[in-house]
Ligand binder design. Structure first.
Ligand code: NAD
Length: 412
């Protein structure tokens, strides 16, 4: 992660940054209500920020589809805190399973790591978790070797539906080699503190209810609307038919408004909710706003020149006229910003044991590849996408540290 403060200090423009949760956006009043969410509270911990123009980029939250027990008992994969909770839970499961006189069934349950959702999030996490076991836990806690097990549960007939058939098969066979169990056509219906109840659709179409005991449950079934976005949508009549997020036009303006833009997973622009789309949308908005700012500056200069032109004559008048012409040409160029067009570079996912899969679009062709070379490509792609050199170096050092000394398992 790159601290926002670090980015802002290199910017010329004056930017005010508040670390706060936006609890409500009042569209009519043009006000955002914010809360200081930190554990330390000052005299003021909630206030409002008025706006003329607003960009909403709050992402999404975890979809649970109202399935009972999911919110209370699952770990998620959105924020840094979620990752820390998972690390604590894995190590607690491992140590509790190794507790003196623990029964064999309880050991098996505690060491059963279940990931629900066979999209890229679930697949990448299941692969990483198995790596953690193979590369570190196996050496550190040899007692658990026979019982540690990762299962990936997916409601559809296969995992990674956005990848080509060949890469889906490759992922499934790699998981088999890594001893990760994939349970497709299995829809989770209920979760308790120790078990998952799931409905499995058999090849003949009949359904069977199953109970899976678990120690760690990671829930990765996709995105849902955040309440602040849902509330904003309810204030804008043009958003009444939108279900999955703020419907935007081709300039990313929220439909039904003139002064609100939306980017990333909270915006619906007919693209998948991926980082690649969000990043291109962000770059587009930066260009758009820069162009709007330049337009304002040029218009001010033009009106000053036109006042000057009225006061002068002869050669001076011609010089002012030429400057105005040049500015008008510049204005036409600046205004020529087209609508947002997404350029898909491909899909990439890590599948464990230093292998990755990639469907890449290149020179108007599509290439599918999987394996160790693709893993090296995946790593370099992620490095190149880091925000800064500082970030890139920190990520490399983290990789090196984990390789040399094993992963960090501190819990507090
Ligand atoms: P997703 O929506 O891609 O996949 C969720 C999966 O959960 C679906 O396949 C769905 O069938 C399954 N599911 C839903 N309810 C279920 C239930 N009750 N029981 C069993 N299975 C159930 O979600 P994601 O993987 O979190 O990804 C979210 C977005 O982020 C996607 O657009 C994805 O492409 C993107 N993403 C990309 C990468 C990458 O490119 N490497 C990595 C992570 C996320």
């Amino acid at each position: 992660m790159e601290p926002v403060r670090n980015i802002l200090r290199h910017k010329e423009a004056s930017v005010k940054y508040y670390e706060a949760e936006a609890t409500k956006i009042d569209y009519e009043k043009k006000v955002v209500y914010i809360n200081d969410d930190s554990e330390i509270k000052g005299d003021t911990s909630s206030t409002e920020v008025p706006f003329d123009m607003l960009v909403v980029g709050v992402g999404a939250e975890n979809a649970t589809f109202g399935i009972p027990g999911v919110r209370e008992h699952s770990c998620f994969l959105k924020e840094v805190g979620d990752a820390q909770a998972i690390r604590k839970r894995i190590m607690d499961c491992v140590e509790t399973a190794s507790f003196k006189d623990q029964s064999p069934e309880e050991r098996k349950r505690l060491l059963h790591m279940v990931v629900v959702g066979g999209g890229p999030t679930g697949v990448e996490f299941a692969g990483e978790l198995q790596d953690f076991f193979e590369q570190d836990l196996r050496k550190w806690v040899p007692d658990i070797i026979d019982d540690f097990h990762v299962t990936l549960v997916e409601a559809l007939p296969n995992v990674l539906p956005m990848f080509s058939k060949q890469l889906i098969d490759y992922t499934e066979s790699t998981f088999k080699e890594e001893s990760i169990t994939i349970r497709t056509k299995t829809m989770v219906k209920k979760v308790t503190d120790k078990t998952i109840e799931a409905e499995y659709t058999k090849p003949d179409g009949t359904k069977e209810l199953e109970t899976l005991p678990y120690g760690l449950l990671v829930w990765a079934t996709g995105n849902a609307l955040r309440p602040v976005v849902k509330d904003l949508m309810s204030q804008i009549p043009a958003q009444k038919d939108s279900r999955r997020g703020l419907a935007v036009n081709e300039y990313l303006v929220v439909n039904g408004t003139e002064n609100i833009w939306a980017v990333g997973d909270c915006a619906i622009a007919n693209y998948a909710p991926t980082a690649q789309v969000a990043s291109q949308e962000g770059a587009f908005l930066a260009r758009l706003f820069n162009s709007m700012a330049k337009t304002d500056t040029i218009n001010t200069e033009l009106s000053l020149l036109s006042e000057q032109q009225a006061k002068v004559s002869g050669d001076d008048r011609t010089a002012v006229f030429d400057s105005m012409k040049a500015l008008q040409r510049q204005l036409r160029r600046v205004k020529q910003i087209g609508p947002f067009e997404y350029s898909h570079q491909g899909s990439l996912a890590y599948i464990g044991s230093e292998k990755a899969v990639a469907d890449v679009s290149w020179l108007s062709g599509n290439f599918a590849s999987g394996g160790t070379m693709t893993y090296l490509f995946w790593r370099s792609a992620y490095l190149s996408m880091c925000f800064s050199t500082r970030n890139r170096i920190l990520v490399c050092v983290d990789w090196l540290k984990a390789k040399l000394f094993g992963r960090d398992v501190s819990r507090e």
